[in-house]
Ligand binder design. Sequence first.
Ligand SMILES: Cc1cc2nc3c(=O)[nH]c(=O)nc-3n(C[C@H](O)[C@H](O)[C@H](O)COP(=O)(O)OP(=O)(O)OC[C@H]3O[C@@H](n4cnc5c(N)ncnc54)[C@H](O)[C@@H]3O)c2cc1C
Length: 323
Amino acid sequence: MSLRRPQVSVIAIDQAVNLCLSFLPVKQRPKIIGGTMKPAPFDYERPATLNAALSLLKDNDGRSRVIAGGQSLVPMMNFRVVRPDRLIDINRIAELDYHRIEGTELVIGALCRHNALKESKIVKQACPMMHAAYEWVAHGPVRNRGTLCGNLCHADPASEMPAVVLAANAVMVLRNSAAQREVPVGQFFVGQYETATADDEILVEVRIPVAPTNEGWGFHEVNVRKGDFAIVAAAATMQKKDGKIQAASIALAGVGSHAIRLPKAEKALLGGNADNAALREAAAACAATVNPTSDIHGSAEYRRDLAKTLIYRALRDARDRCI
Ligand SMILES: Cc1cc2nc3c(=O)[nH]c(=O)nc-3n(C[C@H](O)[C@H](O)[C@H](O)COP(=O)(O)OP(=O)(O)OC[C@H]3O[C@@H](n4cnc5c(N)ncnc54)[C@H](O)[C@@H]3O)c2cc1C
């Protein structure tokens, strides 16, 4: 699925346009306010089973689009950034609405809403980093509708959850009408708003290894207002043995076209002390390798500097939470 969209988030543009127009007297406001900003015409299907949804997606040459929470897709359609011929609404497919522990994995289905995960004791225990990161994601009404899988398929470069699932070594389970495949999260995000999901596939579930009890984690973000997308966000995990770092993961959002892992800096940490100096060095090395762009929320330099500070804080928390 390949989307090419502007650098600035569609929602930010929507909010900015509406704010500017709200200063005009009501009679002078163009009809953009009040619901006339409509998407291009589209057909609509609401299948009751996953198999039916996959059949609808088969051979559609990318003209159909899955809709889950609609919290990212609908604004994009309203701006006519995307113009699907047909929406396949998966909201009636109850079999996709779950999150549970299966063996050593936390498994999250395509229809599991953000708020269900934010409030979940299972998530808090199995992936405390995700639980903490949800404090930063959107607002209640958006989280009531929006889904984790929709969020990951949307792949906003400034979204928190892609960084979390990267740091947590998730596996993405994609299915079409003929087969199912598992994609390591490191191969899932391939560009700005672009993932490895093919046009005929649904991300049916995300599988996240349950965090070992000796693993520490950290998540830090800077954004403009509470509930906004991140300017930069950093996620990290760490395990120690005999005082030395035995395993570490570092992921960033907001510093490029999509969320990234930083394997070089992770490797450099292994076997070393987790003192503040070592963590600062790792954070500086990460910041030196990223290549952020400037936009209305911050310059590239500011983002790089944030990356350094936030990675350090995430690693420090991860170390302090290690048993
Ligand atoms: C005001 C506002 C503030 C927000 N703030 C944040 C924020 O701070 N952080 C953040 O991360 N997000 C934020 N969001 C986005 C929110 O998290 C969305 O819920 C999420 O990005 C998309 O999830 P969805 O279920 O609504 O997907 P949809 O909008 O339904 O779909 C998004 C895209 O994913 C595809 N898709 C959906 N589900 C699947 C699937 N299972 N398989 C294959 N393709 C699929 C769709 O075809 C579409 O291309 C915000 C949204 C709004 C409106």
